[in-house]
Design a protein around this ligand. Structure first.
Ligand code: ADP
Ligand code: UDP
Length: 239
C-alpha cells in the first residue's frame, strides 16, 4: 500500500490518500486540543498511544459484530482505513453526567444516569459543534433519511453496552464518549474516526481518578501516564 498526498490535516490526525481510492491512511498526531482548539498542547507519544488503544477497541468491536473502518494497523501511529463519507454528526453517549451535560442542564457532576443518553452534535468547528435534535439534522440534511438517525442511535447504544462491559472488566468506568460514522459508496454505515482517551472519558473504578483528556482540559498533568494506564489495562488478557 502506497501512501500518497495529504488529504486533510485535523486537530489530532492527518489523512493521506493511497493508491487505492477506497482506502486512506490515518496518522495519529501528538497534538492535544480542547475547547474547540482554544487550548492547544503537545504530548510526545500521545499519537502512538491513541493509535494502539483505538486499534484494540475497533478490533474488539468488530469481534462483537460492529462494522468499523479499520482495515489494517500499518505501524505505531498509522492505520489503513476505508475511505468513507463522514456523516457530520458527533454521536455522544453518556453513562455518567459530567462535562457539557452538567453545565447545560445543572445535573450534579458524577450523577449516574438512569439510562444511557445518546446526543447528536453537528460536526462544524465554526459553529463550535452545537447540540442538535433529529429535526435539526434533517433540516440540515446531515443524513439522507430519518432511518439513519435511528441507526446511529441504535449503534451508539449497542457500542456503549459492549464497551461499558469491556472497560468495567478492566477497572474503568466508561463515563461518556463520542463516535463518528461514515458511509461507503454503497451507503453502508461504518464506525469511523477513533475511540481513545481523547474521545472518551474513563474514570478508575475504585478511585474515580480521571484517565483521559480531561487531565489536559483541566490542566491536571499526567496526561501521558493516564493514556499509558488505559493501554496497559486493555492489553491485559481478560475473559
Ligand atoms: P478534526 O477534523 O475534528 O480536527 P481529526 O484531527 O481527528 O479531527 O481528523 C480526522 C478527520 O478524519 C475527521 O474529520 C474525521 O471525521 C475524518 N475521518 C475519520 N475516519 C475517516 C474515514 N474512515 N474516512 C474519511 N474520513 C475520516
Ligand atoms: N468529545 C469529543 N470530541 C468533541 C466533543 C466531545 O471526543 O468534539 C467527547 C468527550 O471527550 C467526551 C464526550 O464526547 O467523552 C462528551 O463531551 P462533552 O459534550 O461533555 O464535551 P466537553 O465537556 O468536552 O465540552
Amino acid at each position: 500500500m502506497q501512501q500518497k498526498e495529504l488529504l486533510y490535516e485535523g486537530k489530532a490526525k492527518k489523512l493521506y490518500k493511497t493508491d487505492d481510492e477506497n482506502l486512506l491512511i490515518a496518522e495519529f498526531k501528538d497534538d492535544l486540543t480542547a475547547f474547540n482548539a482554544l487550548k492547544k498542547g503537545f504530548e510526545e507519544g500521545k499519537g502512538a498511544l491513541n493509535a494502539k488503544i483505538s486499534a484494540k477497541i475497533f478490533k474488539m468491536l468488530e469481534e462483537n459484530g460492529i462494522k468499523t473502518h479499520l482495515v489494517e494497523v500499518l505501524d505505531d501511529r498509522r492505520h489503513l482505513v476505508r475511505n468513507l463519507k463522514i456523516i457530520p454528526i458527533e454521536v455522544v453517549v453518556r453513562n455518567i453526567a459530567t462535562g457539557s451535560l452538567t453545565k447545560r442542564l445543572g445535573i450534579k457532576d458524577g450523577t449516574v444516569l438512569p439510562f444511557s443518553l445518546v446526543e447528536f452534535y453537528y460536526k462544524d468547528d465554526d459553529l463550535g459543534d452545537p447540540l442538535i435534535n433529529d429535526e435539526h439534522a434533517l433540516l440540515l440534511e446531515l443524513v439522507e433519511h430519518e432511518n439513519e438517525l435511528e441507526e446511529l442511535k441504535r449503534l451508539g447504544r449497542e457500542i456503549n453496552v459492549i464497551m461499558k462491559n469491556y472497560f468495567a472488566k478492566r477497572g474503568l468506568k466508561l463515563v461518556d464518549f463520542k463516535l463518528e460514522f461514515g458511509k461507503d459508496s454503497e451507503g453502508k454505515i461504518y464506525l469511523a474516526d477513533e475511540i481513545s482517551p481523547d474521545s472518551c472519558r474513563f474514570w478508575d473504578m475504585e478511585t474515580n481518578e480521571k484517565l483521559d483528556k480531561d487531565r489536559f482540559r483541566e490542566g491536571l498533568g499526567g496526561v501521558k501516564v493516564a493514556y499509558e494506564e488505559v493501554l496497559k489495562r486493555i492489553s491485559e488478557d481478560i475473559k
